[in-house]
Design a protein around this ligand. Structure first.
Ligand code: ZN
Length: 174
């Protein structure tokens, strides 16, 4: 079974007024990710949202300005991609969607062995999630038009690392 992961498509990252706006590249992902979500739902395949959700004094704020604080609108998925009944939402506090979360257990319980990763940022949460997924033995696909970063050169570097080092299938389309 193949699942779609929608990573950090949250108001604080995607909206220009967000606390840690990743730039136009994030907003530009919405149509392609929306299409992927519709396709997975219509095929009755799992759609799993992975969402940054921080506490007030989170250690990550030594690296980045405070963002996605629990209980704030900034931590919610952008309205255009809002989760529906039947979708799974996993909260995370670190870059990898697997670190300190129920993601691996959830995937195993549902018999999922293949992941399609979408969202932001290519070189941070997508890359470290891809690394853990590959270490755990999942097949991983990353559609190029469904990931973005505030840093274009880091975006390209991360796609190359995922393809050449992690064995991720990097696809032109979703
Ligand atoms: Zn964060």
């Amino acid at each position: 079974m193949k699942a779609l992961l929608v990573i950090d498509m949250l108001n604080d990252f995607i909206l220009p007024e967000g606390k840690l706006y990743v730039g136009e590249g994030g907003l530009a992902l919405i149509p392609a990710i929306s299409a992927a979500i519709r396709r997975f739902r219509s095929e009755k395949r799992p759609v799993i949202y992975v969402c940054d959700r921080h506490k007030q004094e989170d250690a990550e704020f030594q690296m980045f300005p405070p963002h996605c604080l629990e209980g704030t609108a900034g931590a919610e998925v952008v309205a255009e991609l809002a989760p529906q009944a039947g979708d799974t939402v996993i909260r995370k506090r670190r870059y990898s969607a697997f670190f300190g979360t129920e993601l691996d257990l959830t995937l195993r319980e549902e018999g999922i062995s293949e992941l399609v990763l979408t969202g932001v940022c290519t070189n941070i949460c997508v890359l470290y999630t891809a690394a853990d997924a590959r270490n755990l033995g999942y097949a991983v696909t990353v559609p190029k038009d469904c990931v973005a970063s505030f840093d274009p050169s880091a975006h390209l570097f991360a796609l190359g690392q995922m393809k050449d080092v992690l064995g991720v299938r990097v696809e032109e389309g979703p």
